[in-house]
Design a binder for this molecule. Sequence first.
Ligand SMILES: Cc1cc2nc3c(=O)[nH]c(=O)nc-3n(C[C@H](O)[C@H](O)[C@H](O)COP(=O)(O)O)c2cc1C
Length: 399
Amino acid sequence: MNTPATKESPKTLEPESDILGKPAPSVLDVRQSMNAHPLFQPFRLKSLALKNRIVMAPMTRSFSPGGVPPLKVADYYARRAEGEVGLILSEGTVVNRPASSYNANIPHFYGRKPLVSWKAVIDKVHAAGGVMAPQLWHVGIVAPDASGWLPPAPFEGPSGYVTPGKIGGVAMTELDIAKTIGAFAQAAASAMVLGFNAVEIHGAHGYLIDQFFWHPTNQRTDGYGGNTLAERSRFAVELIRAVRKAVGPDFPISLRISQWKLQDYAAKLAATPQEMEAWLVPLAEAGVDIFHCSQRRFWEPEFAGSDLNFAGWAKKLTGKTTITVGSIGLSGDFIAAFQGETATPRSLDELLRRFDRGDFDLVAVGRPLLADAGWARKIHEGRTAELHEFRTEALATLS
Ligand SMILES: Cc1cc2nc3c(=O)[nH]c(=O)nc-3n(C[C@H](O)[C@H](O)[C@H](O)COP(=O)(O)O)c2cc1C
């Protein structure tokens, strides 16, 4: 991840009524209640069959020298499968474009060696009882990485902007766009051939696809730009159509989207439910099965006048499966974690209230699963006393 451009101070909605502050319920009570809870009931969508609703959020780890995931990466994901995660989303893994990555240790999802290694990953995850989708990524135009590594071609994006008004790469030609769409489709086809259970397209957080969505970084005057979000969605719509064509009708496609960007935490692509509908419905029609709605704090309402969060609105407007995410089970958000803040376990009550109301179908968890491969099993079995805090040091290892 790149250094964020701005910092929004983390807020908390609930008083700190976290699990550790309450008398610990007996393990047996919680085990019975979570066993019966729909969070731990199976979920089916097309060819996807999950044992529960817990999703491991995609997390870049940069442990794949030369883009090839070593065996320890396969073991890392297999441990999460053993720990009862329903659906594992891989770290962002880049598609076949010269400047799709910003760091030499981010895995590739193309080329013989990386794909042989990804085959080892999915085989190990399956052997451990897990289900997994790779997150396919193109970083677009980003600031050069602190490591000093640069891709063999300039960073590419819709208009050359890395942040509003600042050039950091080149504007893509229509041929570049067509090749990039082809690279995503090829990677999705590879995922299916290797035996992965679905694919996720990274359309969030200010990277390439989101740079097309966002007006400050998409100033194009051709058919890939425009004044409305719906017009600027053409690149994503064509990309999803191509991915759908490559994987056929039954293989689930998830699209990760966010309003916020690393370039601007307060950005809103869609300012109203109407704008969100005009953005998401064409993407659903193009082939998206799951909208993975990234928020830093899942409890924050998306629009005034309703407490529905992003995933709640996306489900209401499209009728599609949605995933919520953002500070579930932990105090503090993940940007604060990058800045060294330690996060402590937090009650799941507010999450369960929304889940039980039917706001979303699946629940993605990042840092808790990065720090503890057994997090989902501990929640399922009510072993709350065994949950531990998230410290920045966890980013340095693949435990
Ligand atoms: C170390 C780290 C790496 C991340 N890398 C990615 C990534 O590759 N793709 C992505 O969509 N989100 C990425 N994220 C965001 C997470 O998927 C998730 O949305 C965020 O951590 C909030 O969830 P949490 O509060 O449960 O940690 C990353 C987060 C962390 C902590």
